[in-house]
Design a protein around this ligand. Structure first.
Ligand SMILES: [Zn+2]
Length: 223
């Protein structure tokens, strides 16, 4: 059985029909791999479920590495084109602990009484992010995902969390967010651990989306 490398720029992926190449890829160390394989950001595209990369736990990355800024730029562009508010590296085939988020302010929403952010001011890049201090009673809210077209469902998450990450210059930053921003961070961090909204949806939502999930699985088989 051929193992398909999800990275469209992977040289080994180009040889995916060779069992030898597939074997090498299956055993590679992700960190070493991304230093060895040059990535052409212009070729990155959004991958859909059930791509294997979406189920893999992503590896840490070096924030200041030259490619990272170009990859982040491309991801922001893809996110905007798809009208999304967040995109994680595994969603473009890269098993790296990095995501981008751009949550616009909701003019109808009153400011958080504690002054916590619920939106970003433009796109933000989060490298090697860690989420901590979940606060408040977990609540359901409908979520979608750019890797799961036509699927939406209720996911229960704590309303407030703190994120610590590195920016593209390698500087560490910490922010506590709430509302849509906190939800988006949690959704994107899940991607870095191979977790999808399908795993977190309420039972009702899972049932409602069953046919759409099957359609995606069938479409992948036909490729
Ligand atoms: Zn997603």
């Amino acid at each position: 059985m051929a193992i398909l490398c999800p990275n469209p720029n992977c040289h080994e992926g180009n040889l995916q029909r060779s069992p030898r190449a597939a074997g090498r890829w299956a055993t590679h160390d992700p960190e070493r791999y991304y230093r060895l394989v040059s990535i052409d950001p212009a070729k990155l595209t959004i991958v859909h479920y059930p791509a294997e990369v979406l189920r893999r736990k992503a590896g840490p990355v070096k924030p200041a590495e030259a490619d990272m800024a170009a990859i982040a730029d491309r991801m922001i562009r893809l996110m905007r084109e798809a009208e999304g508010i967040g995109l994680a590296a595994p969603q473009v085939g890269l098993s790296m602990r990095m995501f981008v988020v751009d949550v616009p302010a909701n003019p109808d929403e009153s400011p958080d009484p504690a002054g916590l952010a619920s939106s970003t001011r433009g796109p933000v890049v989060y490298i090697n992010p860690i989420i901590s201090a979940p606060t408040g009673a977990p609540e359901p809210h409908e979520e979608g995902c750019l890797s799961l077209p036509d699927i939406r469902g209720d996911v229960i998450r704590p309303p407030t969390v703190t994120i610590t990450a590195h920016d593209l210059q390698g500087r560490e930053f910490t922010q506590t967010g709430t509302g849509l921003l906190a939800r988006c961070w949690q959704h994107e961090l899940d991607h870095l651990d191979g977790v999808l909204i399908l795993d977190r949806m309420t039972q009702m939502s899972r049932l409602r989306n069953r046919a759409a999930v099957r359609d995606l699985e069938r479409a992948a088989k036909e490729l």
